[in-house]
Structure formats: C-alpha cells, structure tokens
Design a binder for this molecule. Structure first.
Ligand code: AP5
Ligand code: MG
Length: 227
C-alpha cells in the first residue's frame, strides 16, 4: 500500500522556513514538523535530555543526529495516530548527509515518499536583518518580526496573548555559527536532492505573502494525486 508523501524545506537560518511552513502546511494538507520547535518545547523540561539539547542549542550547534532522529520519530509516530494525517512539511530536518540517509531509511520502512524538497534561497545580509528582529511566542511558537511581521498588540502573541521573547540562539555568536554550519553541512544536501530530481528553488527574499503563494503553487500539483 502506498504510504504518505512528505515535503522537505531547506534554507539557511532566517530564510523563513518556520514562517512559510506554518502558513502553507494547512493549505497543502500537510502537518508542520519542525525539529527546532520540538527542541524548544523539550527544553522547557528539567531533565537530562533537556539539558543536553540546551547545551548544543544555545551555542547554535547541531544536536547529535541520534537525538534528533529519536525526537523526530516520536513526533511522526504521534501524527500517525491521527486519521487525517497525510504527510509532513519537514522544517529543519534533515540538516546533514547522515540525517538525509536516516530519513530515507525511515521513509522506506514506512513505505512513505518525498514529494519534493524546497530550497528557500535568501542572501546573507537579509538573513541577518531578519534574525536580529525576530520575536517568538514561548507558549505557542508563533513567529513575528519587529518590522516585517509585527504582532497586532505591542509584543504580545496574536494567537494566545503571551508576551513575545527573543530566541536564546538569536545572539550574534550563535547566528554566525548556525550560518557557517548551514554552509558546511546542510547546503551540500541541495545537490543530494537535486540529483534525484526532487529539488525546487524558491526565491525567499520576497515579501512573506509572495513566498507563500510561490510555495503553494509549486507544491499543490505535486500533492494533488496523493492517495
Ligand atoms: P531551528 O529552530 O530550525 O532554527 P534554524 O534552522 O536556525 O532556522 P530559523 O528558525 O532560525 O529560521 P527560519 O528559516 O525558520 O526563519 P523564520 O521563519 O523564523 O533550529 C534551532 C536549533 O535546533 C539548531 O541550531 C540546532 O541546535 C537544533 N536543531 C534543529 N534541527 C536540527 C537538526 N535537524 N539537527 C541538529 N540540530 C537541530 O524567519 C526569521 C525571521 O524573518 C522572522 O522574524 C520572520 O518573521 C521573518 N521573515 C520570514 N520570512 C520573511 C520574509 N519573506 N520577509 C520579511 N521577513 C520575513
Ligand atoms: Mg525556524
């Protein structure tokens, strides 16, 4: 029996993966699965795993592959309990060649497929500007920007009213390290998926609405004839 079809979103820090996944997943009948969000949720706990993840996260370093895979699989298993679940929009996974191969193995086992891999391309100066102004809701994870996507009421989440904060990894040092890690470890995945004919390039430097429309337009036909 054919399984589910997933979409992978790849782009540097600040390219808008979280912003675009939250807006487009419901329109595409996909569930937004962000490893960064799973870690931010997990770090609210006070146990050894939370402390281990925080050590990497706050430095802007990658969390070890086996920990990421364990947390991701737990989320995918939870989603499979949901009768309406037809596939995930993966934001922030995979980020290394080892993670891409682990994902291939997991999908093979489940008889699932990758419908497409989106590359959100954004020049570095724009990324720095976006990350410097980013605000997030610590309660529901919604993302804002002081200038480009401000909340309706000053510094409060539109969805749940919680006071917005800056992410603990949006420091200049952690931003620099994340961008460097992206270039070294994640950008090579673009060739990995391009060679399989799965890569779609989207210009992520445009306004938020324009990027969402381009993404939905590119993906809708590919997902239309899902089982
Ligand atoms: P994660 O949370 O995934 O962070 P990231 O990859 O660093 O990416 P960001 O969330 O910073 O950027 P984004 O592309 O989502 O941009 P956003 O939409 O917020 O990961 C965090 C950490 O978790 C990692 O460093 C690592 O430690 C760990 N981790 C996660 N996954 C892992 C993995 N697979 N392996 C190992 N470790 C892992 O947008 C940014 C800002 O710009 C916002 O303010 C937004 O409002 C604004 N904006 C967005 N789009 C536009 C636009 N078009 N125009 C104007 N403003 C815009
Ligand atoms: Mg994000």
């Amino acid at each position: 029996m054919a399984g589910r079809c997933h979409v992978i979103l790849i782009g540097p820090q600040g390219s808008g993966k979280g912003t675009q996944a939250a807006r487009s997943a419901p329109r595409l009948g996909l569930r937004h699965v962000a490893t960064g969000d799973l870690f931010r949720h997990l770090m609210q706990r006070d146990d050894e795993l939370a402390r281990e993840v925080r050590w990497y996260y706050d430095r802007g370093a990658l969390v070890p592959d086996e920990v990421v895979l364990r947390v991701l699989l737990q989320r995918l298993d939870e989603l499979e309990e949901d009768a309406d679940y037809r596939g995930a929009l993966l934001d922030g996974y995979p980020r290394t060649r080892a993670q891409a191969e682990a994902l291939d193995a997991v999908l093979r086992e489940r008889n699932d497929c990758i419908a497409a891999v989106i590359h959100l391309a954004v020049p570095r100066p724009v990324l720095i500007e976006r990350l410097g102004g980013r605000l997030i809701c610590p309660q529901c994870g919604a993302t804002y920007h002081r200038q480009f996507s401000p909340p309706a009421v000053d510094l409060r989440c539109d969805r749940c009213g919680t006071s917005l904060t800056q992410r603990s990894d949006d420091t200049p040092e952690a931003i620099a390290r994340r961008l460097e890690t992206y270039e070294q470890q994640t950008a090579p995945l673009l060739d990995y998926y391009r060679a399989r004919g799965l890569l779609i390039e989207i210009d992520g430097a445009r306004p938020i609405d324009a990027v969402t429309e381009a993404l939905v337009e590119a993906l809708q036909p590919l997902l239309a004839d899902r089982p």
